[in-house]
Design a protein around this ligand. Structure first.
Ligand SMILES: C[S@@+](CC[C@H](N)C(=O)[O-])C[C@H]1O[C@@H](n2cnc3c(N)ncnc32)[C@H](O)[C@@H]1O
Length: 335
């Protein structure tokens, strides 16, 4: 593609993020709309919104009908909040706070240090704790990524002998919601930072979800402690964000929580460096790790994960590839 168009790609990202935030695809879900109708529904300037929509039509997200209305293409469907594979919040995160950080990518390329530190004035999670609007978008983005994996996990093994699952760093509980919906006798405890748990618990009550009495949010620092003595622990896409030493600290905390129950298991669910993910996903994710995550984070192979798990006092019982493409390490305390 013409590099001048690619260099303007951030404009397209901003248009996608703005359309996602305004809920344009949701409004178009009931049928094509004129720019004036969309502007009225979203409280926008008709003139500016029409130009943004035209760019997104050229990019293939929306399309213009013969009678000058805008409509969703198949690709726009995942911008809808109610789509089962919704990526609406991920698009808002990628085009918002992440894009702000990526604008300083030259700092990362020059030094190898994450630009997030300089742009956010500290670590990502400290920033998110202090900025609730950004925190809520980040939680929603993680939910978008985790939502499809709950069902896949439910099909991957037999949960009949387990009553409670603890998801460590489980965000707003998307993985547990999928798993608990598919396995009705299970209870879930989701451990995350206090602001994440407060938002998630409030939204679970507000939604009137049938999972309200089976899913509990427990605020805590997973480097300090996690609820002890439970039969099954999950750690999904968490190690991905931390350097080796912090990963071993975290795995040791979970291992300590398992000590009073020798049959306890920890399932580590992570993408592998060698996983057959689409090339664009892989390249973006690997760049995200150096620009945004903690210093020294890189994609890990199966052997690298095994080494971390074993250093923390756990042993790997098996490794399987989930339908989502993630590797699932089934682990238990070393004897
Ligand atoms: C990359 S997200 C993964 C979320 C979820 N497991 C998933 O797969 O969607 C990492 C999660 O770790 C949480 N987290 C980061 N530091 C934490 C800490 N010290 N204690 C507890 N949770 C933490 C974040 O708030 C976030 O929800």
């Amino acid at each position: 593609m013409n590099p001048a168009y690619l260099a303007s790609g951030g404009w397209i990202a901003s248009a996608v993020g703005t359309a996602a935030a305004l809920g344009v695809a949701d409004h178009l879900g009931s049928g094509p709309k004129t720019a004036a109708e969309l502007a009225a529904l979203t409280g926008s300037s008709e003139y500016a919104l029409a130009r943004m929509m035209r760019l997104l039509c050229v990019a293939g997200v929306f399309e213009e009908t013969a009678d000058a209305r805008f409509a969703n293409t198949a690709d726009a469907e995942v911008l809808r909040a109610d789509h089962p594979r919704s990526m609406r919040h991920f698009c808002m995160l990628a085009a918002g706070d992440y894009q702000r950080i990526f604008q300083e990518m030259s700092h990362t390329v020059a030094t190898g240090e994450p630009a997030s530190r300089t742009v956010l004035g500290g670590s990502l999670y400290t920033f998110l704790s202090r900025t609730p609007e950004s925190g809520a978008i980040y939680d929603g983005a993680m939910e978008d990524l985790a939502r499809p994996v709950g069902k896949v996990l439910a099909k991957s093994r037999d949960f009949s002998a387990i009553d409670t699952v603890v998801d460590v760093g489980g965000g707003s509980g998307a993985l547990l919601k999928g798993l608990l919906t598919a396995v009705p006798h299970l209870r879930g405890i989701c451990v995350d930072r206090p602001d994440v748990c407060a938002r998630a618990a409030q939204s679970l009550v507000a939604s009137g979800s049938a999972l309200g009495d089976r899913l509990e949010f427990r605020a805590g620092d997973f480097f300090e402690s996690v609820p002890p003595g439970q039969p099954l622990y999950l750690l999904k896409n968490v190690l991905h964000n931390w350097g080796d030493e912090r990963c071993v600290d975290l795995l040791r905390t979970v291992c300590a929580a398992m000590a009073s129950r020798p049959t306890a298991r920890l399932l580590v669910i992570e993408p592998l460096a060698e996983s057959p993910m689409p090339a664009m996903y892989k390249a973006l994710d690997e760049l995200m790790q150096v620009v945004i995550s903690e210093p020294g984070v890189a994609a890990r192979s199966e052997a690298a994960f095994r080494a971390l798990i074993e250093r923390a006092g756990l042993r790997v019982l098996s490794v399987q590839t989930l339908a989502s493409g993630h590797a699932l390490f089934d682990t238990a305390p070393q004897e």
